[in-house]
Design a binder for this molecule. Structure first.
Ligand SMILES: C[S@@+](CC[C@H](N)C(=O)[O-])C[C@H]1O[C@@H](n2cnc3c(N)ncnc32)[C@H](O)[C@@H]1O
Length: 292
């Protein structure tokens, strides 16, 4: 199926404006190629802010769309918010110093929650990346609907290698980036990744990609469900700490609790940066309940 992320924007924008007036989960319609995907907006409190997420109303409809298009291999996990993203969003709003005036790039952004939080915390600009065009579309719309200032009305989505210069005119931009690709473009001060370690085969590509995106003095913030695929998280941390070109330090590792859908979810938030000069490599692990 040919995706058209740009085409339906104008059609939907008026609906977004209308529906944000009543602030409820009003259903929105969109046509993607020949397929119709119904969107909804959902309000989620995040610190002092109210996120307004624009997302598919029914994840099954996304799966049906993939099947109809002959893309059974694609996953619909971008189509809803996950506790890790909310936990990292909250962490960023509680530690705005990591985002303020920084350039931000998020991988596997889905609905872009942690990037939206980074912009609300004063980031200079944020680049959402994912392999799913509709995820990028929903992420950018969610930023606008959440009141992030300076997000351009219409954005065209291109591969990440094509859009990074000159400097973005929009506070938020979005681009395709598959983790399996190498990356040689500009670096970012803050690299975000939430709930991306769920497949064993993704760990090595992400372990290579994230340091490639990171500026010399930048930081990586990773959020991951505490109890799921723990072995992937441990392998990822090992990869970060033993990069041959330039090892990273794990500066912080928090276990936080996130309430969602009437359940409490435990999420690990990890903060990495490059080892500087002759700094001794040592993993400083700090555990405390952030939202307890
Ligand atoms: C579990 S979802 C998490 C979404 C979002 N980060 C969150 O926590 O709410 C995983 C995301 O990774 C994206 N993804 C999966 N494999 C990918 C790949 N190889 N390259 C780029 N994005 C990928 C999916 O499209 C999806 O948006």
């Amino acid at each position: 199926m040919a995706w058209s992320a740009q085409q339906p924007v104008n059609e939907l924008q008026s609906h977004v404006a209308t529906s944000s007036e009543d602030g409820t989960s009003k259903l929105l319609d969109e046509y993607i190629g020949q397929q119709r995907i119904q969107l909804m907006q959902q309000r989620i409190p995040l610190g002092p802010h109210d996120l307004c997420l624009i997302q598919p109303a029914d994840v099954d409809a996304v799966i049906d769309m993939y099947i109809a298009a002959g893309h059974e291999e694609r996953d619909p996990y971008w189509a809803r918010p996950w506790p890790s993203a909310l936990a990292l969003g909250r962490y960023i709003l509680e530690h705005p110093q990591y985002a303020r005036d920084r350039s931000v790039c998020e991988v596997g952004a889905g609905l872009g929650i942690s990037s939206i939080a980074a912009l609300l915390a004063g980031a200079e600009h944020a680049l959402l990346t994912d392999r799913e065009p509709l995820a990028l579309e929903c992420g950018v719309r969610s930023a606008r609907a959440s009141g992030v200032p300076g997000v351009a009305e219409t954005l065209s989505f291109e591969h990440v290698t094509k859009l990074l210069s000159p400097l973005p005119s929009s506070k938020m931009r979005a681009a395709f980036l598959d983790w399996s690709e190498g990356y040689t473009g500009p670096k970012f001060d803050l690299v975000l990744a939430c709930d991306v370690l769920y497949e064993d085969f993704s760990v090595e590509p992400l372990g290579r990609l994230l340091p490639q995106l990171l500026s010399d003095n930048g930081q990586i913030l990773l959020a991951d469900p505490s109890e799921r695929t723990r072995h992937n998280r441990e392998y990822f941390v090992d990869m970060m700490l033993s990069q041959t070109e330039r090892p990273l330090l794990l500066e912080e590792c928090l276990a936080v609790q996130e309430e969602m859908d009437g359940k409490t979810h435990s999420v690990e938030v990890l903060r990495f940066r490059f080892r500087q000069g002759t700094e001794t490599v040592g993993v400083k692990t700090v555990r405390r309940d952030l939202h307890a």
